[in-house]
Design a protein around this ligand. Sequence first.
Ligand SMILES: CC(C)(COP(=O)(O)OP(=O)(O)OC[C@H]1O[C@@H](n2cnc3c(N)ncnc32)[C@H](O)[C@@H]1OP(=O)(O)O)[C@@H](O)C(=O)NCCC(=O)NCCS
Length: 157
Amino acid sequence: MAVVVRRGGAQDVRFLRDMLHHAYYWKERQPDAGPGPVQLYVKAWGRPGDTAVIALLDGFPVGAAWYRLFTGEPFGYGFVDENTPELAVAVVPNARGLGVGSALMRGLLERAKDDGYTALSLAVDRHNEGAIGLYRQFGFGQVTEAPDSLTLRLELT
Ligand SMILES: CC(C)(COP(=O)(O)OP(=O)(O)OC[C@H]1O[C@@H](n2cnc3c(N)ncnc32)[C@H](O)[C@@H]1OP(=O)(O)O)[C@@H](O)C(=O)NCCC(=O)NCCS
Protein backbone atom coordinates (compact mmCIF):
# COMPACT_ATOMS: atom_id res chain seq x y z
CA MET A 1 0.00 0.00 0.00
CA ALA A 2 1.46 3.32 -1.06
CA VAL A 3 1.00 6.41 1.07
CA VAL A 4 0.60 9.60 -0.94
CA VAL A 5 0.90 12.94 0.86
CA ARG A 6 -0.68 15.96 -0.77
CA ARG A 7 -1.20 19.55 0.25
CA GLY A 8 -4.36 20.32 2.16
CA GLY A 9 -6.66 23.20 1.30
CA ALA A 10 -9.94 24.83 2.21
CA GLN A 11 -11.79 21.75 0.93
CA ASP A 12 -10.15 19.65 3.67
CA VAL A 13 -11.44 21.58 6.69
CA ARG A 14 -14.06 18.99 7.56
CA PHE A 15 -11.45 16.23 7.42
CA LEU A 16 -9.02 18.30 9.53
CA ARG A 17 -11.76 18.75 12.10
CA ASP A 18 -12.33 14.98 12.22
CA MET A 19 -8.59 14.39 12.56
CA LEU A 20 -8.33 16.97 15.30
CA HIS A 21 -10.98 15.07 17.16
CA HIS A 22 -8.76 11.97 16.96
CA ALA A 23 -5.80 13.98 18.19
CA TYR A 24 -7.54 15.65 21.12
CA TYR A 25 -10.70 13.68 21.80
CA TRP A 26 -9.87 13.18 25.44
CA LYS A 27 -9.68 16.96 25.88
CA GLU A 28 -12.73 17.92 23.85
CA ARG A 29 -14.68 20.56 25.71
CA GLN A 30 -18.28 21.55 25.71
CA PRO A 31 -19.10 24.50 23.43
CA ASP A 32 -19.73 26.75 26.41
CA ALA A 33 -16.50 25.84 28.21
CA GLY A 34 -14.26 28.30 26.40
CA PRO A 35 -12.16 27.79 23.32
CA GLY A 36 -11.60 24.09 22.74
CA PRO A 37 -9.03 22.60 20.40
CA VAL A 38 -11.28 22.62 17.35
CA GLN A 39 -11.80 26.34 17.75
CA LEU A 40 -8.13 26.97 18.30
CA TYR A 41 -6.63 24.84 15.56
CA VAL A 42 -9.16 24.71 12.71
CA LYS A 43 -11.65 27.56 13.05
CA ALA A 44 -11.49 30.08 10.20
CA TRP A 45 -8.94 27.89 8.44
CA GLY A 46 -6.97 29.82 5.84
CA ARG A 47 -5.34 32.39 8.12
CA PRO A 48 -1.84 33.46 7.08
CA GLY A 49 0.50 30.62 8.02
CA ASP A 50 -2.18 27.89 8.11
CA THR A 51 -0.66 24.86 6.39
CA ALA A 52 -1.86 21.26 6.08
CA VAL A 53 -0.89 18.01 4.42
CA ILE A 54 -3.25 15.08 3.88
CA ALA A 55 -2.24 11.42 3.62
CA LEU A 56 -4.03 9.15 1.16
CA LEU A 57 -3.87 5.38 1.33
CA ASP A 58 -5.22 3.70 -1.78
CA GLY A 59 -6.76 7.04 -2.65
CA PHE A 60 -8.62 7.52 0.64
CA PRO A 61 -7.72 10.21 3.21
CA VAL A 62 -6.36 8.48 6.32
CA GLY A 63 -4.51 11.20 8.17
CA ALA A 64 -3.49 14.82 8.34
CA ALA A 65 -0.79 17.02 9.78
CA TRP A 66 -1.02 20.75 9.97
CA TYR A 67 0.30 23.84 11.66
CA ARG A 68 -1.07 27.21 12.62
CA LEU A 69 0.68 30.35 13.75
CA PHE A 70 -0.66 32.11 16.84
CA THR A 71 0.11 35.81 16.91
CA GLY A 72 -2.39 36.87 19.58
CA GLU A 73 -4.72 35.43 22.16
CA PRO A 74 -6.09 32.84 22.36
CA PHE A 75 -2.77 31.05 21.94
CA GLY A 76 -2.50 27.31 21.31
CA TYR A 77 -1.70 24.86 24.09
CA GLY A 78 1.86 24.42 22.81
CA PHE A 79 2.57 28.11 22.20
CA VAL A 80 6.24 29.11 22.52
CA ASP A 81 6.42 32.37 20.53
CA GLU A 82 4.71 34.27 17.74
CA ASN A 83 7.13 33.04 15.05
CA THR A 84 6.73 29.35 15.82
CA PRO A 85 3.68 27.56 14.37
CA GLU A 86 2.05 24.79 16.38
CA LEU A 87 1.86 21.38 14.77
CA ALA A 88 -0.78 18.66 15.12
CA VAL A 89 -0.96 15.24 13.47
CA ALA A 90 -3.46 12.38 13.49
CA VAL A 91 -4.05 9.16 11.59
CA VAL A 92 -7.34 7.23 11.54
CA PRO A 93 -7.17 4.29 14.00
CA ASN A 94 -7.17 1.50 11.39
CA ALA A 95 -4.23 3.01 9.45
CA ARG A 96 -1.85 3.53 12.38
CA GLY A 97 1.50 1.80 12.58
CA LEU A 98 1.96 1.74 8.79
CA GLY A 99 4.23 4.75 8.46
CA VAL A 100 1.46 7.24 7.63
CA GLY A 101 2.26 9.52 10.60
CA SER A 102 5.94 9.59 9.59
CA ALA A 103 5.07 10.38 5.98
CA LEU A 104 2.86 13.25 7.14
CA MET A 105 5.58 14.62 9.41
CA ARG A 106 8.15 14.51 6.59
CA GLY A 107 5.75 16.34 4.26
CA LEU A 108 4.82 19.00 6.79
CA LEU A 109 8.38 19.67 7.98
CA GLU A 110 9.40 20.15 4.36
CA ARG A 111 6.61 22.70 3.92
CA ALA A 112 7.63 24.54 7.10
CA LYS A 113 11.22 24.84 5.90
CA ASP A 114 10.10 25.99 2.44
CA ASP A 115 7.92 28.62 4.11
CA GLY A 116 10.90 29.94 6.05
CA TYR A 117 10.00 28.87 9.57
CA THR A 118 12.89 28.11 11.87
CA ALA A 119 11.00 26.07 14.47
CA LEU A 120 7.75 24.25 15.23
CA SER A 121 6.17 23.50 18.58
CA LEU A 122 3.32 21.42 19.95
CA ALA A 123 1.62 20.25 23.12
CA VAL A 124 1.11 16.55 23.74
CA ASP A 125 -0.53 14.61 26.55
CA ARG A 126 2.28 13.15 28.62
CA HIS A 127 0.67 9.69 28.43
CA ASN A 128 0.40 9.73 24.62
CA GLU A 129 3.40 7.47 24.03
CA GLY A 130 2.70 6.88 20.34
CA ALA A 131 2.72 10.57 19.50
CA ILE A 132 5.69 11.35 21.76
CA GLY A 133 7.63 8.51 20.09
CA LEU A 134 6.84 9.94 16.65
CA TYR A 135 7.81 13.49 17.66
CA ARG A 136 11.06 12.39 19.27
CA GLN A 137 11.95 10.42 16.16
CA PHE A 138 11.76 13.67 14.20
CA GLY A 139 13.97 15.47 16.74
CA PHE A 140 11.45 17.33 18.90
CA GLY A 141 12.76 18.09 22.37
CA GLN A 142 10.93 19.10 25.53
CA VAL A 143 10.79 22.78 26.47
CA THR A 144 8.24 22.85 29.31
CA GLU A 145 5.93 20.49 31.13
CA ALA A 146 2.58 20.81 32.84
CA PRO A 147 0.88 18.22 35.05
CA ASP A 148 -0.84 16.58 32.06
CA SER A 149 1.11 17.69 29.04
CA LEU A 150 4.50 18.39 27.54
CA THR A 151 5.46 21.21 25.21
CA LEU A 152 7.92 20.07 22.56
CA ARG A 153 9.87 22.11 20.03
CA LEU A 154 11.84 21.30 16.91
CA GLU A 155 14.54 23.54 15.44
CA LEU A 156 14.34 23.44 11.64
CA THR A 157 17.73 23.48 9.99
C1 LIG B 1 0.68 9.48 16.75
C2 LIG B 1 0.20 8.97 15.39
C3 LIG B 1 -0.08 10.19 14.49
C4 LIG B 1 1.30 8.13 14.75
O1 LIG B 1 0.89 7.80 13.44
P1 LIG B 1 1.30 6.39 12.79
O2 LIG B 1 0.90 6.40 11.37
O3 LIG B 1 0.79 5.29 13.62
O4 LIG B 1 2.90 6.49 12.93
P2 LIG B 1 3.99 5.63 12.14
O5 LIG B 1 3.46 4.30 11.75
O6 LIG B 1 4.57 6.49 11.06
O7 LIG B 1 5.07 5.41 13.29
C5 LIG B 1 6.10 6.37 13.46
C6 LIG B 1 6.70 6.30 14.85
O8 LIG B 1 5.76 6.75 15.82
C7 LIG B 1 6.01 6.06 17.05
N1 LIG B 1 4.82 5.31 17.40
C8 LIG B 1 3.71 5.16 16.65
N2 LIG B 1 2.78 4.45 17.33
C9 LIG B 1 3.34 4.15 18.52
C10 LIG B 1 2.89 3.46 19.69
N3 LIG B 1 1.65 2.93 19.76
N4 LIG B 1 3.71 3.38 20.76
C11 LIG B 1 4.95 3.92 20.71
N5 LIG B 1 5.44 4.59 19.64
C12 LIG B 1 4.63 4.70 18.57
C13 LIG B 1 7.19 5.16 16.83
O9 LIG B 1 8.36 5.90 17.16
C14 LIG B 1 7.11 4.93 15.32
O10 LIG B 1 8.34 4.60 14.77
P3 LIG B 1 8.73 3.04 14.52
O11 LIG B 1 7.67 2.48 13.64
O12 LIG B 1 10.06 3.15 13.86
O13 LIG B 1 8.74 2.43 15.87
C15 LIG B 1 -1.08 8.10 15.51
O14 LIG B 1 -0.83 7.09 16.45
C16 LIG B 1 -2.32 8.87 15.93
O15 LIG B 1 -3.05 9.38 15.09
N6 LIG B 1 -2.59 8.96 17.24
C17 LIG B 1 -3.81 9.66 17.73
C18 LIG B 1 -3.72 11.14 17.47
C19 LIG B 1 -2.68 11.80 18.31
O16 LIG B 1 -2.45 11.43 19.45
N7 LIG B 1 -2.03 12.85 17.74
C20 LIG B 1 -1.06 13.64 18.43
C21 LIG B 1 -1.73 14.70 19.23
S1 LIG B 1 -0.52 15.77 20.00
